[in-house]
Write a protein that binds this ligand. Structure first.
Ligand code: PLP
Length: 441
């Protein structure tokens, strides 16, 4: 069959800087430098990075200990394939297990959060010999063929789902608290857990391999579950023989004040995925941790999904150094400044009637905007986000020197500074945010 030649290339963005990389904010600067919480554009302008880029530069920018560890590893041996032993990689496995929830017993490395979740789900489906995975509506688990279909997020999944591998086997749980009519957090936890049990029974427990959940829903808006909810989820998993997979891609490595979000909930997952913060995102590294029973299963049955760059020694060196930095300095700092961030952000609810709720934990917060007259988001982001005021807030804040994130589906602003942030920087950034809200509304 002849392939049609297209001679007249249309005037397109192909030869320009691709704008879609900055879709959340048209006015994003070109960043060339960074130091701690600050990043600098090509004109030398400083911005407080209260997004940690993508909730991932947990140790702050240009941390010398991590840079040196990367350089040392590169100078020693830059790459060792995943089928062989490497001292740095071995050391990181041991180190991760020291700080992970007690249930964790082994680690399988990966490259990105999506691939770690993909591996966790494949492993769970093999181990449990069951096809279905329950996830939450308004969650984000990745952009690969399988994880996209597990992402219960209206704006992302609506288009990625057309490529989805798991369709039919992914079941979305309603969000907490929007789907329930509870009068207290306790009642909410009970209603949500009862609903989960209903879904499990309705789907058939034997058909469900796992529940995959973020512990604090990250990119959809810093949602925390009501106290006691995860305890009930764990009980239901035990009762119905379903695996609990904690997606710690954002919540890992100090973001919620503990090494992992599961520890802040006191929950023991069966599988746990991590990425982003493990290296403070200086180089890519991700992985899946698993409990002893699953580790034994892998040892006996094998699980042969090695990837060329999984557990890359340079990533592992960065991971070890980042963990040292978290342990020596930043976990404690994150815990000590988090209450100040919380009180500055929750005050926004009082001050602005467009701020309908503020929620989060540690250094991961969502500020939700709602039209006070209708009680609805200002625009339906599934239809258009062209004049979404959250974008205007982000732009105004950016112009005044602070970068925040946009939570999915476009009605939340995300606040997530590096763990080295000071109370003074928090004050500066929240002052900028307050001015930006005044400008935008
Ligand atoms: N899981 C969560 C909770 C995430 O927030 C993300 C990315 O933001 C992912 C998984 C996917 O990670 P990656 O972008 O590294 O593939």
């Amino acid at each position: 069959m002849a392939i049609e030649q297209v001679d007249d290339e249309p005037e397109s963005a192909a030869k320009t800087i691709p704008h879609w990389y900055s879709a959340d904010n048209d006015d994003v600067p070109t960043l060339v430098d960074g130091d701690g919480v600050e990043v600098f554009d090509a004109d030398g302008r400083a911005y407080l990075d209260f997004q940690s880029q993508l909730y991932c530069v947990n140790a702050g920018h240009s941390n010398q200990r991590i840079i040196d560890a990367i350089a040392d590893q590169l100078a020693r041996i830059p790459y060792v394939s995943s089928g062989k032993h490497n001292d740095t990689r071995n050391e990181l496995v041991t180190r991760l297990l020291e700080v992970a929830p007690e249930s964790m017993s082994q680690t399988l490395f990966s490259i990105s959060g999506s691939e770690a979740n993909e591996a966790a789900v494949m492993l769970a489906r093999e181990y449990a010999d069951a096809p279905k995975v329950l996830t939450r509506w308004r969650s984000y688990h990745g952009a690969t063929y399988g994880t996209a279909s597990l992402t219960g997020d209206t704006d992302t999944s609506s288009y990625i789902q057309s490529h989805a591998a798991m369709t039919g086997n992914a079941k979305f749980l309603p969000p907490i608290p929007a789907a329930f009519d509870a009068e207290s957090p306790d009642e909410l936890a009970e209603q949500a857990a009862n609903h989960l049990e209903f879904v499990i029974r309705n789907e058939g427990p034997d058909s469900i391999a796992a529940i995959l959940t973020e512990i604090v829903a990250g990119s959809s808006g810093g949602f925390t579950a009501p106290p006691g909810y995860f305890e009930r989820v764990r009980e239901l998993c035990d009762e119905y023989d379903i695996l609990l997979i904690a997606d710690e891609v954002i919540t890992g490595f100090g973001r919620t004040g503990e090494w992992f979000g599961a520890q802040s909930e006191g929950v023991q997952p069966d599988l746990m995925t991590f990425a982003k913060g493990v290296t403070s995102s200086y180089v890519p590294l991700a992985g899946v941790m698993m409990n002893a029973a699953i580790a034994d299963y892998v040892a006996e049955e094998g699980f042969d999904i090695g990837q060329t760059f999984a557990g890359h020694p340079v990533g592992c060196a960065a991971g070890l150094a980042a963990m040292d930095v978290y342990e020596d300095e930043l976990l404690e700092n994150a815990r000590s400044v988090a209450p100040h961030l919380e009180s500055r952000l929750t005050a926004l609810e009082e001050r602005f009637d467009v701020v309908s709720s503020v929620h989060g934990r540690g250094l991961l917060w969502g500020v939700e905007f709602t039209d006070p007259e209708t009680g609805e988001p200002f625009v339906d982001p599934r239809v258009s986000d062209a004049d979404n005021p959250v974008k205007s807030v982000l732009s105004a804040a950016g112009e005044n020197g602070a970068i925040f994130g946009m939570g999915r589906p476009g009605i939340q602003l995300l606040v997530s500074p590096p763990l080295c942030v000071t109370e003074t920087e928090i004050d500066e950034a929240v002052d900028i945010l307050e001015n930006a809200i005044e400008t935008a509304f």
